[in-house]
Design a protein around this ligand. Structure first.
Ligand code: ADP
Ligand code: ZN
Length: 738
């Protein structure tokens, strides 16, 4: 990590944590903590979660480490109201919050909000119950009472109902025992929605290659030292199997593990696999948890009861007191980049989180990011690779279908070669998949009479037809409208034509071609939530499905043992935008999709429909030579100091009017930093020049890798005052350039 100091501290103002006052960080975008007076007889430690007055309300905040503001007489400060009954925030998380704020240019308070947003502060309500008295008095023991005593002999608190059921007694017996002092009231602990994983539940038999790597990773987990390992290797080589051994070592050492997955909604297969290995499901953390489960899980993490958490990027902000290992699975996934609010990359921040907890980090991928590979090259990360698929399964063979030589029928999208391959696969009783990374029916609707294209009223974007819903929707802002009966401009009827395919349209085509195949469509809008994904995976594994038609969610780590053919409907799709990582992302995505095929005995094959079979991306995929692609891509980025060989930070200006956006962008352009090893590109209209009704302009700072962008950005932004209603968002290490 290039970025060194966290927030500069005001040590020269008040270097001691003075007893009469404490700094309290609140979960709002203020520049830093506010000081509060400590009432007589109270004392607070950094990390304590407290209630303080703020604008006539009471707000929860966290006692921070350095007094912040200029010294104000303690008498003029408002006092802290109370300490909340919540586990204190560990120092490692406080330092992490400081670090993320410093790196992303967000305020500490905004980052704290991500750690407190869980509304987890109020304790889960523990139901009332009974416990065996520690020194039971002599009392008359009826048979019913004896049964109750033997049930309660393990000293665990139980509700009256549970005790009555287990001991087969009535409520009057319990009341009598309480009156006699045999039972004392005690709250019953809230049951946890997960168990305690057992490191030795089922230890796998690893191949010699796997075992060697598992040993190294487990040693790293036991060492309790920060180090980053890239675990790569072809799809199906056993990477998950191997890193679970590091998790086992961490469990055995009594420390906590965090496993980040890019899309937790699609993790059903992972969770059941975890359960087979460790005997119980791990704690999970994502935005769809009920608030009750959230509160219970948050506390269990804070109290060290949750030994393994599998989560989305927000799990980075959980209050682990004893974090011993961080795993980032599918580390190349762009879903790890959070684009709203605090803009951060969870993979990179996971490495920081590990460092601040003196824990090792493991980044896992069959198609690592160029960023991670550059860190390996520079010896910042070590690399362990699994070269072969497990149990002799072979990698699928990949071939291109040149769409100029084998064009589909007019108005269709599947070439005769792909159709024949699907037919042969289905005839052999195997499963096939058609992949197209586009939701809906058609990405563009135009009027054949006047040429008008149906566009989102709020965004610079075409409306996407979703025929099943009979609606046109904007994939950027969510705007939806019915499909109009006539062209809104020339009023001609029956002239609106769907242009290009989405998965719905491919499904329609497949219906006509393979009418007896049992089909399943997998797209984020047809399969919302973890249960739908889990059910889909089950049905596919159970061979209740013959043909899978899906968007990018089918690429994500699934294990489909009976799938032998993958057809990529439009392999060129991701290359069109031409942004910095278009080729890299296309290789990663298509390689991952291809990797779903041939994972068991039957070999798999992949057909890529393309108009440019000679493109380096297609050649790399056909040759199965990702190393050559990475070398080629690296060589292309190095001379211009493009990431990972240089740094980028974007400023995104947005305003209600185009003029306001232009003025602010121009002012920022005039104030642009100059110097050796840095250049500012823009301002220019963003590709999404209007988004949700806001006009957008972009500037891009590019620097050499040895230059930290944060001080430059701070100085730059400090020079410019933007008008009312204008926002300037900062995106350090941008992934999206829209
Ligand atoms: P990757 O994470 O590299 O894609 P996985 O760990 O998912 O690979 O392994 C692919 C498949 O092979 C899984 O079904 C897994 O259970 C199985 N597998 C891998 N290694 C072993 C092993 N040593 N013993 C039994 N099954 C294994
Ligand atoms: Zn829109």
């Amino acid at each position: 990590m290039p970025y060194e100091p966290p927030i500069a501290t005001n040590g020269d103002l008040l270097s001691e944590f003075s007893p009469g006052r404490v700094p309290v960080l609140l979960p709002y975008p203020f520049a830093g903590p506010f000081d509060y007076a400590v009432p007589p007889h109270a004392a607070y430690e950094p990390g304590d979660i407290v209630l303080v007055p703020l604008n006539r309300r009471q707000e929860a905040g966290v006692v921070w480490d350095e007094p912040h503001g200029p010294p104000v007489a303690a008498a003029r400060l408002k006092p802290v109201t109370a300490r909340l009954d919540a586990p204190p925030m560990p120092a490692a998380l406080r330092r992490f919050i400081d670090w993320v704020a410093g790196y992303t240019l967000a305020t500490q308070g905004e980052v704290l909000a991500m750690a407190l947003r869980v509304n987890a502060l109020s304790a889960p309500v523990a139901p009332p119950g009974w416990q065996l008295a520690p020194h039971p008095p002599d009392a008359r023991l009826t048979p019913a009472r004896r049964r109750a005593l033997s049930v309660m002999g393990d000293r665990a608190p139980r509700t009256a109902g549970e005790l009555a059921r287990l001991a087969d007694i009535g409520p009057s017996v319990i009341r009598g025992m309480a009156d006699a002092g045999l039972l004392l009231p005690a709250p019953v602990p809230v049951p946890l929605p997960f168990g305690t994983p057992d490191a030795g539940f089922v230890t796998p038999v690893l191949s010699p290659d796997q075992a060697a790597i598992a040993t190294e990773l487990a040693d790293a987990a036991r060492a309790q030292k920060f180090a980053v390992t890239l675990l790569d290797g072809v799809t199906g080589s056993g990477k998950t199997e191997v890193y679970l051994e590091a998790v086992a070592a961490c469990l055995a050492a009594g420390r906590q593990t965090l496993i980040l997955l890019p899309e937790i909604a699609l993790s059903a297969q992972f969770l059941s696999r975890f359960e087979r290995r460790f005997g119980t499901a791990p704690a999970v953390w994502h935005s769809d948890l009920t608030s009750r489960v959230r509160r219970i899980t948050w506390r269990a993490v804070a109290q060290g009861q949750a030994s393994v958490v599998v989560g989305a990027r927000s799990a980075l902000f959980l209050p682990f007191p004893n974090l011993g290992l961080v795993v980032v699975d599918e580390e190349h996934e762009t879903a790890f980049k959070q684009e709203d609010g605090v803009v951060y990359h969870a993979r990179d921040m996971a490495v920081v989180r590990a460092r601040l907890s003196d824990a090792p980090a493991i980044l896992v991928s069959a198609t690592p990011s160029l960023e991670t590979l550059a860190n390996v090259e520079a010896s910042r990360y070590r690399r362990l690779s699994l070269a072969h698929r497990h149990a002799g399964a072979s990698l699928p063979s990949v071939a291109t279908v040149d769409m100029r030589d084998s064009p589909p029928e007019r108005g269709k999208f599947l070439s005769p070669r792909l159709v024949a391959a699907v037919e042969a696969t289905l005839a052999a009783g195997e499963q096939a998949m058609l992949f197209l990374n586009r939701r809906g029916y058609a990405p563009l609707t135009l009027c054949r009479a006047c040429g008008h294209r149906l566009q989102c009223p709020n965004c610079t974007a075409w409306l996407v037809e979703h025929r099943a819903l009979k609606r046109l929707t904007c994939h950027h802002c969510g705007h939806a409208e019915p499909i109009p009966p006539a062209c809104p401009v020339c009023k001609a009827e029956h002239t609106l034509a769907a242009i290009g395919p989405g998965v719905e349209r491919i499904t329609e085509e497949a219906d006509a071609l393979f009418p007896t195949a049992r089909r399943l469509v997998m797209a984020s809008d047809t399969m919302p939530g973890p249960n739908a994904a889990a059910e889909a995976a089950r049905a596919i594994e159970a061979r209740e499905i013959d043909l899978i038609i899906g968007t990018q969610i089918v690429a994500k780590g699934w294990h489909f043992p009976h799938l032998t053919l993958v057809g990529v409907v439009d392999a060129d799709l991701g290359l069109a935008g031409g942004d910095l990582r278009a080729a890299e992302r296309t290789v990663q995505l298509l390689h991952q999709v291809a990797g779903r095929a041939g994972r068991a005995e039957a070999p798999g094959r992949v057909l890529l429909q393309t108009f440019s079979p000679d493109h380096p991306v297609m050649r790399a995929l056909v040759a199965g030579d990702l190393a050559a692609f990475y070398a080629h891509e690296g060589a292309a980025r190095r001379p211009g100091h493009w990431p990972p060989y240089g740094r980028l930070a974007a400023l995104i200006v947005s305003a209600d009017t185009a003029d306001a956006a232009d003025i602010a962008a121009r002012d920022l352009g005039h104030a642009a930093p100059r110097g050796d090893g840095l250049v500012v590109l823009g301002p220019a209209p963003a590709p999404l020049a209007v988004l949700r009704g806001r006009h957008r302009r972009r500037l891009l700072l590019k620097t050499r890798r040895d230059i930290a962008v944060q001080p430059i950005l701070r100085a730059w932004l400090a020079q410019v005052t933007v008008g009312r209603g204008v926002r300037v968002d900062v995106d350090v290490d941008p992934v999206s350039f829209l």
